[in-house]
Design a protein. Structure first.
Length: 480
Protein backbone atom coordinates (compact mmCIF):
# COMPACT_ATOMS: atom_id res chain seq x y z
CA UNK A 1 0.00 0.00 0.00
CA UNK A 2 1.29 3.40 -0.76
CA UNK A 3 0.81 6.53 1.27
CA UNK A 4 -1.60 7.95 -1.27
CA UNK A 5 -3.96 4.96 -1.37
CA UNK A 6 -7.56 5.85 -0.58
CA UNK A 7 -10.32 3.39 0.06
CA UNK A 8 -13.81 4.72 -0.16
CA UNK A 9 -16.71 2.78 1.28
CA UNK A 10 -20.26 3.61 0.51
CA UNK A 11 -21.50 4.45 -2.90
CA UNK A 12 -19.48 3.10 -5.84
CA UNK A 13 -17.64 5.78 -7.82
CA UNK A 14 -15.74 5.42 -11.01
CA UNK A 15 -12.11 6.01 -10.32
CA UNK A 16 -10.58 9.18 -11.63
CA UNK A 17 -7.74 8.94 -13.99
CA UNK A 18 -4.56 10.40 -12.70
CA UNK A 19 -1.84 11.51 -15.02
CA UNK A 20 1.70 10.62 -14.41
CA UNK A 21 2.58 14.27 -13.94
CA UNK A 22 0.08 14.58 -11.06
CA UNK A 23 -2.68 16.37 -12.94
CA UNK A 24 -6.29 15.44 -12.32
CA UNK A 25 -8.52 15.88 -15.29
CA UNK A 26 -7.57 18.81 -17.51
CA UNK A 27 -6.59 21.19 -14.69
CA UNK A 28 -2.86 21.06 -14.05
CA UNK A 29 -1.61 21.38 -10.47
CA UNK A 30 1.79 21.45 -8.85
CA UNK A 31 3.06 18.02 -7.96
CA UNK A 32 2.80 17.34 -4.22
CA UNK A 33 3.44 14.36 -2.08
CA UNK A 34 0.01 13.48 -0.69
CA UNK A 35 1.67 12.06 2.41
CA UNK A 36 3.09 15.52 3.17
CA UNK A 37 -0.20 17.43 2.87
CA UNK A 38 -1.19 19.55 5.87
CA UNK A 39 -3.82 18.03 8.04
CA UNK A 40 -6.34 20.57 6.89
CA UNK A 41 -5.80 19.61 3.29
CA UNK A 42 -6.00 15.91 4.11
CA UNK A 43 -9.36 16.48 5.76
CA UNK A 44 -10.64 18.24 2.67
CA UNK A 45 -9.77 15.21 0.59
CA UNK A 46 -11.70 12.78 2.81
CA UNK A 47 -15.28 12.02 2.08
CA UNK A 48 -17.88 11.85 4.78
CA UNK A 49 -18.88 8.28 5.69
CA UNK A 50 -15.67 6.78 4.35
CA UNK A 51 -13.11 4.83 6.42
CA UNK A 52 -9.42 5.45 5.86
CA UNK A 53 -6.42 3.41 6.83
CA UNK A 54 -3.24 5.30 7.65
CA UNK A 55 -0.05 3.27 7.34
CA UNK A 56 1.73 5.42 9.89
CA UNK A 57 -0.55 4.02 12.65
CA UNK A 58 -0.40 0.45 11.46
CA UNK A 59 -2.96 -2.26 12.15
CA UNK A 60 -2.21 -3.29 15.76
CA UNK A 61 -4.95 -3.52 18.44
CA UNK A 62 -2.99 -1.13 20.61
CA UNK A 63 -3.08 1.53 17.87
CA UNK A 64 -6.79 0.97 17.43
CA UNK A 65 -7.36 1.40 21.18
CA UNK A 66 -5.28 4.58 21.21
CA UNK A 67 -7.20 5.96 18.35
CA UNK A 68 -10.54 5.14 19.98
CA UNK A 69 -11.58 8.01 22.24
CA UNK A 70 -14.50 6.21 23.89
CA UNK A 71 -14.19 5.06 27.62
CA UNK A 72 -13.81 1.23 28.01
CA UNK A 73 -16.93 -0.48 29.26
CA UNK A 74 -16.70 -1.84 32.86
CA UNK A 75 -16.82 -5.59 33.45
CA UNK A 76 -20.30 -6.92 34.01
CA UNK A 77 -19.01 -9.20 36.91
CA UNK A 78 -18.03 -6.38 39.33
CA UNK A 79 -21.47 -5.95 41.01
CA UNK A 80 -21.64 -9.69 41.76
CA UNK A 81 -18.19 -9.61 43.39
CA UNK A 82 -19.20 -6.70 45.58
CA UNK A 83 -22.35 -8.53 46.66
CA UNK A 84 -20.33 -11.67 47.57
CA UNK A 85 -17.85 -9.66 49.66
CA UNK A 86 -20.72 -7.92 51.44
CA UNK A 87 -22.43 -11.19 52.25
CA UNK A 88 -19.19 -12.67 53.61
CA UNK A 89 -18.66 -9.62 55.80
CA UNK A 90 -22.21 -9.86 57.16
CA UNK A 91 -21.74 -13.56 57.96
CA UNK A 92 -18.42 -12.86 59.69
CA UNK A 93 -19.91 -10.11 61.84
CA UNK A 94 -22.86 -12.37 62.70
CA UNK A 95 -20.48 -15.18 63.70
CA UNK A 96 -18.43 -12.86 65.94
CA UNK A 97 -21.55 -11.44 67.58
CA UNK A 98 -22.89 -14.95 68.10
CA UNK A 99 -19.64 -16.15 69.66
CA UNK A 100 -19.39 -13.17 71.98
CA UNK A 101 -22.98 -13.56 73.09
CA UNK A 102 -23.01 -17.37 73.33
CA UNK A 103 -24.42 -19.10 76.40
CA UNK A 104 -22.54 -21.40 78.76
CA UNK A 105 -23.74 -23.59 81.59
CA UNK A 106 -22.91 -23.13 85.25
CA UNK A 107 -24.12 -25.14 88.20
CA UNK A 108 -26.16 -23.04 90.61
CA UNK A 109 -26.95 -24.83 93.86
CA UNK A 110 -26.77 -28.17 92.07
CA UNK A 111 -28.89 -27.14 89.04
CA UNK A 112 -27.55 -26.32 85.57
CA UNK A 113 -28.20 -22.73 84.57
CA UNK A 114 -27.42 -21.04 81.23
CA UNK A 115 -25.67 -17.66 81.35
CA UNK A 116 -24.12 -15.50 78.67
CA UNK A 117 -20.37 -16.06 78.55
CA UNK A 118 -18.57 -13.30 80.41
CA UNK A 119 -21.47 -12.72 82.75
CA UNK A 120 -20.47 -11.82 86.29
CA UNK A 121 -21.69 -13.21 89.56
CA UNK A 122 -23.66 -10.01 89.99
CA UNK A 123 -25.40 -10.62 86.63
CA UNK A 124 -26.30 -14.16 87.73
CA UNK A 125 -27.59 -12.95 91.09
CA UNK A 126 -29.71 -10.25 89.43
CA UNK A 127 -31.08 -12.51 86.67
CA UNK A 128 -32.05 -15.22 89.16
CA UNK A 129 -33.45 -12.75 91.74
CA UNK A 130 -31.30 -14.43 94.38
CA UNK A 131 -31.38 -11.45 96.74
CA UNK A 132 -35.14 -11.96 97.01
CA UNK A 133 -34.78 -15.72 97.44
CA UNK A 134 -32.30 -15.73 100.33
CA UNK A 135 -32.11 -13.69 103.52
CA UNK A 136 -29.29 -11.36 104.46
CA UNK A 137 -27.41 -11.93 107.70
CA UNK A 138 -27.63 -9.69 110.74
CA UNK A 139 -25.29 -6.93 111.83
CA UNK A 140 -23.96 -7.85 115.26
CA UNK A 141 -22.35 -5.87 118.06
CA UNK A 142 -19.03 -7.10 119.44
CA UNK A 143 -20.89 -8.98 122.19
CA UNK A 144 -22.99 -10.86 119.59
CA UNK A 145 -26.18 -8.86 120.22
CA UNK A 146 -28.10 -7.80 117.07
CA UNK A 147 -27.63 -4.19 116.05
CA UNK A 148 -29.55 -4.38 112.79
CA UNK A 149 -31.74 -7.15 111.48
CA UNK A 150 -30.61 -8.21 107.94
CA UNK A 151 -27.87 -5.61 108.08
CA UNK A 152 -25.06 -8.12 107.54
CA UNK A 153 -23.87 -10.01 104.49
CA UNK A 154 -26.47 -10.02 101.70
CA UNK A 155 -25.67 -13.47 100.39
CA UNK A 156 -23.13 -16.15 101.10
CA UNK A 157 -21.59 -16.95 97.70
CA UNK A 158 -18.98 -19.54 96.78
CA UNK A 159 -17.52 -20.39 93.37
CA UNK A 160 -15.94 -23.84 93.15
CA UNK A 161 -15.85 -23.98 96.94
CA UNK A 162 -14.10 -20.61 97.41
CA UNK A 163 -15.97 -17.77 99.06
CA UNK A 164 -16.39 -14.60 97.02
CA UNK A 165 -16.93 -11.38 98.94
CA UNK A 166 -19.79 -9.10 97.99
CA UNK A 167 -17.43 -6.42 96.68
CA UNK A 168 -16.05 -8.91 94.12
CA UNK A 169 -19.36 -10.08 92.64
CA UNK A 170 -19.37 -7.58 89.79
CA UNK A 171 -15.80 -8.43 88.73
CA UNK A 172 -15.95 -12.23 89.00
CA UNK A 173 -16.70 -13.45 85.46
CA UNK A 174 -18.24 -16.83 84.68
CA UNK A 175 -16.70 -18.78 81.79
CA UNK A 176 -18.79 -21.94 82.09
CA UNK A 177 -18.52 -25.07 84.19
CA UNK A 178 -18.27 -23.30 87.55
CA UNK A 179 -20.12 -24.59 90.58
CA UNK A 180 -21.84 -21.67 92.25
CA UNK A 181 -23.33 -22.02 95.71
CA UNK A 182 -25.58 -19.31 97.10
CA UNK A 183 -27.03 -19.37 100.62
CA UNK A 184 -28.37 -17.00 103.22
CA UNK A 185 -25.93 -14.25 104.11
CA UNK A 186 -23.78 -14.61 107.21
CA UNK A 187 -23.95 -12.43 110.26
CA UNK A 188 -21.25 -9.76 110.36
CA UNK A 189 -19.84 -7.69 113.19
CA UNK A 190 -19.86 -3.95 113.47
CA UNK A 191 -16.61 -2.12 112.78
CA UNK A 192 -14.41 -2.48 115.81
CA UNK A 193 -10.95 -1.86 117.21
CA UNK A 194 -8.92 -5.01 117.91
CA UNK A 195 -6.58 -5.22 120.88
CA UNK A 196 -4.53 -8.37 120.24
CA UNK A 197 -2.32 -10.37 122.59
CA UNK A 198 0.16 -12.98 121.34
CA UNK A 199 -0.07 -16.48 122.82
CA UNK A 200 3.30 -18.24 122.83
CA UNK A 201 3.46 -22.00 122.15
CA UNK A 202 4.68 -24.38 124.82
CA UNK A 203 7.16 -27.24 124.51
CA UNK A 204 5.89 -30.77 124.97
CA UNK A 205 8.06 -33.88 125.02
CA UNK A 206 6.18 -37.08 124.20
CA UNK A 207 7.15 -40.74 124.13
CA UNK A 208 10.33 -42.56 125.06
CA UNK A 209 13.29 -43.81 123.04
CA UNK A 210 16.80 -43.16 121.85
CA UNK A 211 15.87 -40.78 119.00
CA UNK A 212 14.41 -37.34 119.70
CA UNK A 213 13.15 -34.99 116.96
CA UNK A 214 10.74 -32.13 116.41
CA UNK A 215 7.45 -33.65 115.36
CA UNK A 216 5.36 -30.46 115.48
CA UNK A 217 6.73 -26.93 115.27
CA UNK A 218 5.41 -24.24 117.59
CA UNK A 219 3.23 -21.48 116.11
CA UNK A 220 1.98 -18.41 117.95
CA UNK A 221 -1.70 -17.94 118.71
CA UNK A 222 -3.66 -14.76 119.40
CA UNK A 223 -6.30 -13.56 121.82
CA UNK A 224 -8.33 -10.43 121.11
CA UNK A 225 -10.41 -7.80 122.83
CA UNK A 226 -12.89 -5.95 120.59
CA UNK A 227 -14.19 -2.41 121.06
CA UNK A 228 -17.26 -1.70 118.91
CA UNK A 229 -17.39 1.63 117.04
CA UNK A 230 -21.18 1.71 116.79
CA UNK A 231 -22.21 0.08 120.07
CA UNK A 232 -19.27 1.30 122.14
CA UNK A 233 -19.13 -2.10 123.84
CA UNK A 234 -15.94 -3.92 124.85
CA UNK A 235 -15.80 -7.68 124.55
CA UNK A 236 -13.01 -10.16 125.31
CA UNK A 237 -13.14 -12.59 122.38
CA UNK A 238 -10.64 -14.92 124.02
CA UNK A 239 -8.25 -17.12 122.02
CA UNK A 240 -9.34 -16.40 118.46
CA UNK A 241 -6.29 -18.18 117.00
CA UNK A 242 -5.10 -21.06 119.21
CA UNK A 243 -1.36 -21.50 119.62
CA UNK A 244 0.19 -24.66 118.24
CA UNK A 245 2.45 -26.20 120.85
CA UNK A 246 5.83 -27.58 119.83
CA UNK A 247 6.08 -31.35 120.23
CA UNK A 248 9.41 -33.16 120.53
CA UNK A 249 8.84 -36.86 119.97
CA UNK A 250 11.03 -39.61 121.43
CA UNK A 251 11.13 -43.03 119.76
CA UNK A 252 13.18 -46.14 119.30
CA UNK A 253 13.49 -47.98 116.01
CA UNK A 254 11.14 -50.90 115.41
CA UNK A 255 12.16 -52.57 112.13
CA UNK A 256 9.27 -53.71 109.96
CA UNK A 257 8.52 -57.36 110.55
CA UNK A 258 10.84 -57.32 113.57
CA UNK A 259 13.75 -57.99 111.24
CA UNK A 260 17.16 -58.02 112.87
CA UNK A 261 18.87 -54.71 112.20
CA UNK A 262 21.32 -52.98 114.54
CA UNK A 263 23.48 -49.84 114.39
CA UNK A 264 26.94 -49.50 115.90
CA UNK A 265 27.87 -45.93 116.88
CA UNK A 266 31.14 -44.39 118.08
CA UNK A 267 31.57 -41.22 120.19
CA UNK A 268 34.35 -38.70 120.81
CA UNK A 269 36.43 -39.38 117.68
CA UNK A 270 38.46 -39.10 115.68
CA UNK A 271 41.28 -40.58 117.73
CA UNK A 272 44.53 -42.43 117.25
CA UNK A 273 42.51 -45.66 117.01
CA UNK A 274 40.00 -44.48 114.38
CA UNK A 275 41.83 -45.85 111.34
CA UNK A 276 42.25 -49.23 113.05
CA UNK A 277 38.51 -49.27 113.81
CA UNK A 278 37.80 -48.49 110.15
CA UNK A 279 40.06 -51.37 109.14
CA UNK A 280 38.13 -53.80 111.35
CA UNK A 281 34.83 -52.60 109.89
CA UNK A 282 36.19 -53.02 106.38
CA UNK A 283 37.41 -56.54 107.04
CA UNK A 284 34.01 -57.50 108.45
CA UNK A 285 32.14 -55.79 105.60
CA UNK A 286 30.04 -53.47 107.77
CA UNK A 287 29.64 -49.73 108.30
CA UNK A 288 28.95 -47.64 111.40
CA UNK A 289 27.98 -44.12 112.48
CA UNK A 290 30.63 -41.86 114.06
CA UNK A 291 29.68 -38.87 116.22
CA UNK A 292 32.70 -36.58 115.98
CA UNK A 293 33.86 -33.92 118.42
CA UNK A 294 34.64 -30.61 116.71
CA UNK A 295 37.92 -30.03 118.53
CA UNK A 296 39.11 -33.58 117.72
CA UNK A 297 38.20 -33.04 114.05
CA UNK A 298 40.22 -29.83 113.96
CA UNK A 299 43.16 -31.74 115.46
CA UNK A 300 42.96 -34.58 112.90
CA UNK A 301 40.94 -33.52 109.81
CA UNK A 302 42.46 -36.22 107.58
CA UNK A 303 41.22 -38.95 109.89
CA UNK A 304 37.73 -37.41 109.91
CA UNK A 305 37.80 -37.44 106.10
CA UNK A 306 38.91 -41.08 106.16
CA UNK A 307 35.69 -42.00 108.00
CA UNK A 308 33.60 -40.53 105.20
CA UNK A 309 35.78 -42.15 102.53
CA UNK A 310 35.21 -45.53 104.20
CA UNK A 311 31.45 -45.17 103.58
CA UNK A 312 30.55 -44.58 107.21
CA UNK A 313 28.02 -42.04 108.44
CA UNK A 314 28.97 -39.05 110.58
CA UNK A 315 27.15 -36.86 113.08
CA UNK A 316 28.22 -34.27 115.63
CA UNK A 317 29.25 -34.90 119.23
CA UNK A 318 29.20 -31.11 119.80
CA UNK A 319 32.44 -29.13 119.71
CA UNK A 320 33.99 -30.17 123.01
CA UNK A 321 33.29 -32.96 125.44
CA UNK A 322 31.31 -30.68 127.77
CA UNK A 323 27.73 -31.13 128.89
CA UNK A 324 25.21 -28.78 127.29
CA UNK A 325 22.73 -29.18 130.07
CA UNK A 326 22.41 -26.06 132.19
CA UNK A 327 24.31 -23.86 129.74
CA UNK A 328 22.78 -20.60 128.46
CA UNK A 329 21.34 -20.26 124.97
CA UNK A 330 24.38 -18.58 123.47
CA UNK A 331 26.77 -21.24 124.76
CA UNK A 332 24.60 -24.13 123.57
CA UNK A 333 24.23 -22.68 120.07
CA UNK A 334 27.95 -21.92 119.85
CA UNK A 335 28.95 -25.46 120.86
CA UNK A 336 26.62 -27.05 118.31
CA UNK A 337 27.49 -24.66 115.49
CA UNK A 338 31.26 -24.89 115.96
CA UNK A 339 31.03 -28.69 115.98
CA UNK A 340 29.14 -28.95 112.68
CA UNK A 341 31.31 -26.28 111.03
CA UNK A 342 34.49 -28.18 111.95
CA UNK A 343 33.04 -31.39 110.46
CA UNK A 344 32.04 -29.66 107.23
CA UNK A 345 35.44 -27.99 106.90
CA UNK A 346 37.30 -31.30 107.28
CA UNK A 347 34.98 -33.67 105.40
CA UNK A 348 32.72 -31.52 103.20
CA UNK A 349 29.70 -33.14 104.85
CA UNK A 350 26.90 -31.01 106.30
CA UNK A 351 25.14 -32.75 109.14
CA UNK A 352 22.67 -31.64 111.79
CA UNK A 353 22.55 -35.00 113.55
CA UNK A 354 23.63 -34.56 117.17
CA UNK A 355 24.66 -36.81 120.02
CA UNK A 356 25.00 -34.52 123.01
CA UNK A 357 27.97 -35.26 125.28
CA UNK A 358 26.90 -37.73 127.96
CA UNK A 359 23.44 -37.75 126.26
CA UNK A 360 22.67 -34.68 128.37
CA UNK A 361 20.12 -32.65 126.40
CA UNK A 362 17.07 -31.28 128.20
CA UNK A 363 13.95 -29.32 127.27
CA UNK A 364 15.66 -25.94 127.53
CA UNK A 365 18.40 -27.18 125.22
CA UNK A 366 15.73 -28.07 122.67
CA UNK A 367 14.12 -24.63 122.99
CA UNK A 368 17.50 -22.94 122.45
CA UNK A 369 18.67 -24.96 119.44
CA UNK A 370 15.89 -26.83 117.66
CA UNK A 371 16.66 -25.03 114.39
CA UNK A 372 20.25 -26.38 114.50
CA UNK A 373 19.60 -30.10 114.97
CA UNK A 374 17.64 -32.62 112.93
CA UNK A 375 17.63 -35.20 115.72
CA UNK A 376 19.32 -35.87 119.04
CA UNK A 377 20.35 -39.52 119.33
CA UNK A 378 21.43 -41.40 122.42
CA UNK A 379 21.53 -45.23 122.55
CA UNK A 380 19.66 -48.37 123.58
CA UNK A 381 22.74 -50.35 124.66
CA UNK A 382 25.79 -48.88 126.38
CA UNK A 383 28.74 -51.23 125.82
CA UNK A 384 30.40 -49.90 128.97
CA UNK A 385 33.79 -49.72 127.25
CA UNK A 386 34.51 -46.42 128.97
CA UNK A 387 34.54 -48.37 132.28
CA UNK A 388 37.62 -50.21 130.99
CA UNK A 389 36.41 -53.44 132.60
CA UNK A 390 37.77 -55.69 129.87
CA UNK A 391 36.85 -56.73 126.34
CA UNK A 392 34.96 -59.85 127.44
CA UNK A 393 32.65 -57.80 129.65
CA UNK A 394 32.05 -55.37 126.78
CA UNK A 395 31.19 -58.15 124.34
CA UNK A 396 28.77 -59.91 126.66
CA UNK A 397 27.06 -56.64 127.58
CA UNK A 398 26.26 -55.94 123.91
CA UNK A 399 25.33 -59.45 122.76
CA UNK A 400 23.26 -60.38 125.80
CA UNK A 401 21.17 -57.19 125.61
CA UNK A 402 20.54 -57.05 121.85
CA UNK A 403 17.06 -56.74 120.32
CA UNK A 404 16.08 -55.65 116.76
CA UNK A 405 16.43 -51.90 116.15
CA UNK A 406 18.97 -51.27 118.92
CA UNK A 407 21.58 -48.52 118.80
CA UNK A 408 24.89 -49.53 120.45
CA UNK A 409 27.23 -47.01 122.12
CA UNK A 410 30.96 -47.51 121.61
CA UNK A 411 33.81 -45.10 122.31
CA UNK A 412 36.44 -43.97 119.80
CA UNK A 413 39.12 -42.60 122.13
CA UNK A 414 42.76 -43.22 122.88
CA UNK A 415 41.84 -44.37 126.42
CA UNK A 416 39.44 -47.05 125.19
CA UNK A 417 41.37 -47.95 122.04
CA UNK A 418 42.99 -51.21 123.17
CA UNK A 419 39.78 -52.65 124.66
CA UNK A 420 37.59 -51.50 121.79
CA UNK A 421 39.85 -52.95 119.11
CA UNK A 422 39.81 -56.29 120.96
CA UNK A 423 36.04 -56.34 121.56
CA UNK A 424 34.81 -54.93 118.22
CA UNK A 425 35.56 -58.01 116.02
CA UNK A 426 33.90 -60.28 118.56
CA UNK A 427 30.81 -58.07 118.79
CA UNK A 428 30.43 -58.02 115.00
CA UNK A 429 30.92 -61.77 114.65
CA UNK A 430 28.45 -62.47 117.46
CA UNK A 431 25.76 -60.23 115.95
CA UNK A 432 26.17 -61.73 112.48
CA UNK A 433 26.06 -65.25 113.91
CA UNK A 434 22.79 -64.35 115.62
CA UNK A 435 21.28 -63.18 112.30
CA UNK A 436 21.70 -59.42 112.72
CA UNK A 437 22.55 -57.03 109.90
CA UNK A 438 24.74 -54.11 110.95
CA UNK A 439 23.81 -50.79 109.28
CA UNK A 440 24.27 -47.06 109.74
CA UNK A 441 21.86 -45.05 111.86
CA UNK A 442 20.06 -43.53 108.86
CA UNK A 443 19.64 -46.99 107.33
CA UNK A 444 18.30 -48.28 110.62
CA UNK A 445 15.61 -45.58 110.76
CA UNK A 446 14.47 -46.50 107.24
CA UNK A 447 13.65 -50.02 108.41
CA UNK A 448 10.91 -48.52 110.60
CA UNK A 449 8.15 -47.45 108.19
CA UNK A 450 6.18 -45.37 110.69
CA UNK A 451 9.23 -43.57 112.08
CA UNK A 452 10.78 -42.85 108.68
CA UNK A 453 7.57 -41.13 107.56
CA UNK A 454 7.73 -38.76 110.53
CA UNK A 455 11.50 -38.32 110.56
CA UNK A 456 12.05 -37.70 106.85
CA UNK A 457 15.71 -36.73 107.24
CA UNK A 458 18.03 -37.74 110.04
CA UNK A 459 20.72 -35.25 109.00
CA UNK A 460 18.84 -32.16 107.76
CA UNK A 461 16.17 -29.88 109.25
CA UNK A 462 14.42 -26.68 108.17
CA UNK A 463 12.42 -24.56 110.57
CA UNK A 464 9.18 -23.30 108.95
CA UNK A 465 8.86 -19.55 108.46
CA UNK A 466 5.82 -19.25 110.70
CA UNK A 467 7.35 -21.33 113.49
CA UNK A 468 8.77 -19.81 116.68
CA UNK A 469 10.79 -21.14 119.58
CA UNK A 470 8.42 -22.42 122.26
CA UNK A 471 8.44 -21.74 125.97
CA UNK A 472 8.77 -24.15 128.84
CA UNK A 473 5.42 -25.29 130.19
CA UNK A 474 4.31 -23.61 133.36
CA UNK A 475 4.76 -25.52 136.60
CA UNK A 476 1.27 -26.43 137.78
CA UNK A 477 2.54 -26.57 141.35
CA UNK A 478 4.04 -23.09 141.24
CA UNK A 479 2.58 -20.62 143.66
CA UNK A 480 2.61 -16.86 143.66
Amino acid sequence: CCSGLRVVMGRAHAPKRINLNGRSGARPTARRDLGQLPSGQRKRHRKPGAMYLNHSRGFSDRSARIGNSRTPRRSSRLPYALIAVGCALVLFIAAVVGYVNRSVDVELNGQKTAVRVGSTLQNLIDEQDLTDTYDAGDLLAVDDSVLKRHGGEKLSVKVDGKRVKQGKWDSRELEGGEKVTVKDGRNTYEKHEVQATVIEPKLKVEGTGAIEYVQTWGVQGRSEVWVGEQSGKTQDRGEVVPATDCVVACASVAPKGNKKYVALTFDEGPSGATKQILQVLKEKGVTATFFLSGDAVEASPATAKAIVDAGCEIGSNSYSDDSLKGEDRETVRKQITKGTEAIKSATGVETMLLRAPYAAFDEQNWIDSMDLVSAVVSWNIDSGDWLLNGADEQVSTVLDSMTPGNIVLLTDSDECAEQTLEALPQIIDGLVADGYKIVTLSELVKTDTALSKKLTSLTRVSMPKNAVFPQLPEDDDATE
